[in-house]
Design a protein around this ligand. Structure first.
Ligand SMILES: C[S@@+](CC[C@H](N)C(=O)[O-])C[C@H]1O[C@@H](n2cnc3c(N)ncnc32)[C@H](O)[C@@H]1O
Ligand code: SF4
Length: 458
């Protein structure tokens, strides 16, 4: 692809679209939601089919942050009052107990991920109390992988050591950008020296995989500033780098994202050039591209998972492992039993109140139809492996002609190759993979949504 044709392709395909951390995507879940009874049954089914062999995963959402970063699209609650910690941990443990009560065996936990908000908002003592409390009713799977997200500005040696002693071996640090002007605009002042100190400390303690989150497309970013941010990043040699496209979603997150002007944002082609530049610099530093927005050193297990075609994608993004059942605990968490999704209350007060009533705090969800399950697998194949095939009986779709029809322009534009039984996204068209998935998204095709619900695909 020449750079000129690349420019026109970007203009053509840069449209609002899902990030496909689930299928169906959340806006297309059934309006009537899911009953607690149906949700519980789907958890029991997935548990009995998978607990013994592969184990289960836990995602625990820890919503608090001390100050608001004005770009942030996560579910968070800003407070400086650390007295909120105790009640929150108590509630997470009560919610876990509600799940344990409906399971007929001891859960074998293979994965735990603490996400946020900011897990490192919580004291070491509370983090330990929470994990110990979970394991009062569970055992550890033979192979396990525990990870957490950490904010470099508020992570202490004690927290890193405590989580390490509890079995955590992976951590990811929110970096975003090192440029002072960008940091000012997003209200996130964070020095390189702070990151260097906490990164080096993590290595010394023994963390096996350290990830850094960087975002392109933030206000005031330029090619020069991205070069400096990436130079600082690769100097520390994190095992993984998430290079996220800034999702500008002010219609969802409201004034929280108005810490800067729309005119301060890098636009279409320039934003894409920031991505291409970053990618080039990561390659030069020895990283390989994984899926859509991740880079990893060839020694990291995410890279090995990609080579072995074991990469998976869920609400946390790309992961190197997959369990059939992922229980999400905490405010706004999404659980996935493979057969159904369920999301918890999004306001911390509602979440706590529901759990205190002795009820699972689910407020919406979706039971996947037979067709959803097949489409879901195709979308996972595309997002993780850049190809999918409908040759096997269980991967057949009635509407495959309709889907291929929607892909014909992308074929003419040289983005995909279509064979009798499979579709391959060209390596050079990796940036368009969300657009390819949209052709398979039967719920999106049926609904033709009005108004903005997704960020731009590129
Ligand atoms: C929960 S935060 C990380 C942990 C911690 N709160 C911190 O900020 O360091 C998860 C990551 O989501 C990414 N993120 C948040 N809002 C985003 C947005 N609007 N567009 C793209 N990425 C975003 C950021 O890179 C952030 O580090
Ligand atoms: S980026 Fe992290 S610290 Fe900042 S508001 Fe979002 S979750 Fe909180």
């Amino acid at each position: 692809m020449t750079s000129k044709s690349n420019t026109s392709l970007i203009q053509k395909y840069n449209i609002p679209g899902p990030r496909y951390t689930s299928y169906p995507t959340v806006p297309f879940w059934y309006k009537e939601g899911i009953s607690i009874d149906d949700w519980t049954k789907s958890v029991q089914r997935a548990f009995s089919e998978s607990n013994e062999q592969e184990g289960i995963s836990l995602y625990i959402h820890m919503p608090y942050c001390e100050s608001l970063c004005t770009f942030c699209a996560c579910h968070k609650h800003i407070t400086k009052r650390h007295s909120v910690e105790d009640e929150y941990i108590d509630t997470v443990l009560k919610e876990w107990k509600l799940y344990v009560d409906v399971l007929d065996d001891t859960p074998s936990i293979r994965e735990i991920h603490l996400g946020g908000g900011t897990p490192t908002f919580f004291s070491s003592a509370n983090l330990k109390r929470m994990i110990d409390g979970i394991f009062e009713d569970a055992s550890r799977h033979d192979i396990y992988d525990f990870s957490f997200e950490a904010h470099p500005n508020d992570t202490t040696e004690e927290q890193l050591q405590t989580l390490f002693d509890l079995g955590f071996r992976r951590t990811s640090f929110g970096i975003q950008d090192y440029d002072p002007k960008v940091q000012q605009a997003i209200n996130r002042i964070q020095k390189y020296e702070t990151v260097e100190r906490i990164h080096t400390l993590s290595r010394k303690i023994g963390y096996e995989s350290i990830s850094h989150d960087i975002i392109f497309g933030l206000p005031h970013q330029t090619k020069e500033s991205i070069i400096q941010t990436i130079a600082n990043t690769v100097k520390l040699r994190p095992d993984r780098i998430a290079y996220y496209s800034y999702a500008h979603v002010p219609w969802i997150k409201g004034v929280g994202q108005r810490g800067f002007d729309e005119n301060d944002l890098p636009k279409d082609e320039y934003k894409r050039e920031l991505y291409e530049l970053g990618k080039q610099l990561f390659f030069e530093a020895g990283y390989v591209e994984i899926g859509m927005d991740h880079f990893a050193l060839p020694t990291d297990k995410m890279h090995k998972a990609m080579v072995d075609k074991r990469l998976h994608r869920n609400f946390m993004g790309y992961t190197a492992g997959k369990t059939k059942l992922m229980i999400g605990l905490g405010m706004s968490s999404i659980s996935d039993s493979w057969y159904a999704f369920a999301q918890n209350e999004k306001r911390v007060e509602d979440y706590i109140a529901r759990v205190n009533e002795g009820k699972l705090p689910v407020f919406r969800g979706h039971v996947l139809s037979g067709e959803d399950l097949v489409v879901r697998q195709h979308i996972l194949n595309l997002m993780c492996n850049l190809e999918t095939s409908w040759i096997k009986e269980e991967m057949k779709l009635e509407n495959v002609d309709e889907i291929l029809d929607r892909l014909s322009e992308m074929k003419d534009d040289g983005l995909v190759e279509i064979y009798e039984d499979k579709l391959v996204v060209k390596e050079s068209a990796r940036m368009f993979v969300r657009n390819v998935c949209m052709a398979f998204d039967l719920r999106l095709a049926e609904a033709k949504p009005e108004g903005r619900i997704f960020s731009m695909t590129i």
